[in-house]
Ligand binder design. Structure first.
Ligand code: DLL
Length: 433
């Protein structure tokens, strides 16, 4: 195993926890003394920095929500003056105001270091050519991966999103060995390449894909790996925590969350109470070294679980499991909770089904309905009506079995559902229109 910084990544767990406690204590004193927002919040909660005497006392600190950032738009929560900032990123904010994130030089350095560790842990380094096909600009994906990839000495192709045929040409001509983009964009690229007569597996040097920014399933990983001949790694982050930040290692058994940068907790989303180790719930993160925009007990809204065992790769930092979805993405269908990721999980296990689907939720005569439109795989697509009926029944049964709720299924032609260059939008909830 090659580590970017073995001293930190493989440090004994007890040392890591001691380091986290020291960083937490310093952070809390700093915020209590210099940030009006945190000072007021902590006072309202009845907690003083002196009360933090062990790591688990983080639980006594107040939560922070995305709405706090929106309500303090654009920069009222910043704890560094504008002259100290070297960059802003802005999230699009589909509902309400956007959120603005600011970075000091040290913030950018820590962000870059985090990605350098992650990219090294999945086997990338000097000699690799990394095509960064996340959006560059106000979105954190492009520039975040760009700096991380440069830091490890790789050669970067700053392709950004779109112009997909050109991306395939560049991938071939510049012999890209790795690509970073959303899983849905990679699927789209694979199809565009085939239309151009290019097999990514056979005709390019691509061997790794760093995929994230949206939920995807283990079954999707298998499909992508087999179809495109790459090893696919999950990368996670949110703009509030810097951007893309934590990545799987070559073991592909969860995302290493660097404990010197972030303190992760899993809580019950409805009560806010901490859950038992290993239980699944809402990820809540305290960033231990952020300067410009500190985040304390930030309720991200993503559902996952923590695995605190030392990884087979030797790294000691906690891992989070694949994100199941967001608390607010959960669909309630006739009283049953359904995550879009469960639909993907069930569909991708069926060979005759393609990789693209859409979920349409509606309400008819006071009853919720859920229609899954799914592309048949090009191989299975034939005009023999009986076969299609058989596939439809299999899909409906499989979905009912895993979701515990009956759904309507519509099989559609390969290539007929929308494709995405950034984050996929697979759910249409007509109840909200
Ligand atoms: O999506 C940052 C990012 C860029 C991550 C590139 C990875 C790669 P936001 O736009 O703020 O930031 O969206 C963050 O996206 O709370 C999750 O709900 C979702 N998300 C991000 N990565 C994953 C992942 C970027 N690997 C929100 N699996 C998060 C599932 C993910 N969901």
């Amino acid at each position: 195993m090659v580590s970017w910084d073995p001293r930190i990544e493989e440090m004994p767990k007890e040392d890591l926890q001691r380091l986290q406690y020291r960083l937490l204590k310093t952070l809390v004193y700093r915020l209590y003394s210099f940030s009006e927002f945190y000072h007021e919040r902590m006072k309202a909660q009845g907690v003083h920095p002196d009360d933090i005497t062990q790591l688990s006392d983080v639980r006594n600190l107040p939560f922070m929500f995305k709405s706090d950032l929106r309500e303090h738009y654009p920069d009222w929560l910043f704890t560094a003056p504008q002259e100290e900032l070297v960059r802003y990123h802005v999230s699009s904010g589909t509902t309400g105001k956007p959120t603005v994130v600011g970075y000091t030089q040290r913030d950018i350095d820590n962000w870059t270091t985090s990605l350098a560790r992650g990219l090294t842990s999945c086997g990338l380094g000097r000699g690799d050519v990394i095509q960064v096909s996340y959006g560059y600009g106000l979105f954190t994906g492009g520039l975040g991966l760009h700096y991380g990839a440069e830091r490890i000495g790789a050669t970067v192709i700053p392709a950004s999103v779109g112009n997909t045929e050109r991306q395939i040409e560049l991938m071939q001509d510049l012999r890209a060995t790795a690509i970073a983009c959303t899983p849905s964009y990679l699927l789209h690229m694979g199809e565009v390449a085939e239309k151009m007569g290019v097999s990514i597996k056979k005709d390019t040097s691509l061997r790794s894909a760093i995929l994230g920014a949206e939920p995807w399933s283990e079954e999707m990983r298998t499909r992508i790996q087999e179809w495109l001949g790459v090893r696919a790694y999950d990368i996670y982050g949110t703009s509030e925590l810097y951007g893309p930040l934590f990545c799987e290692c070559s073991e592909q058994t969860g995302i290493h969350m660097w404990g010197d940068l972030a303190l992760a907790e899993i809580i019950d989303p409805s009560t806010g109470e901490p859950l038992e180790p290993g239980e699944r719930g809402e990820l809540t993160v305290t960033m231990l070294q952020k300067e410009a925009l500190p985040m304390v007990r930030f309720r991200i809204g993503d559902i996952t679980q923590i695995d605190d065992a030392v990884c087979l790769c030797g790294r000691t930092h906690p891992r989070i499991k694949r994100i199941q979805g967001r608390v607010d993405d959960m669909l309630i269908i006739r009283g049953i909770n359904v995550f879009p990721s469960q639909v993907e999980h069930a569909l991708m296990g069926i060979q005759e089904v393609g990789s693209h689907f859409q979920i349409v939720v509606d309400r008819k005569s006071e009853l919720d309905t859920m229609l899954i439109r799914v592309e048949v795989s090009p191989e299975a697509f034939s005009d023999r009506i009986n076969d299609l009926m058989k596939i439809r029944n299999t899909v409906a049964q499989r979905l009912k079995g895993s979701l515990n709720v009956a759904v309507d299924v519509e099989l559609v032609e390969p290539g007929s559902l929308p494709r995405f260059e950034g984050k996929a939008k697979r759910v249409i909830d007509r109840r909200k229109i």
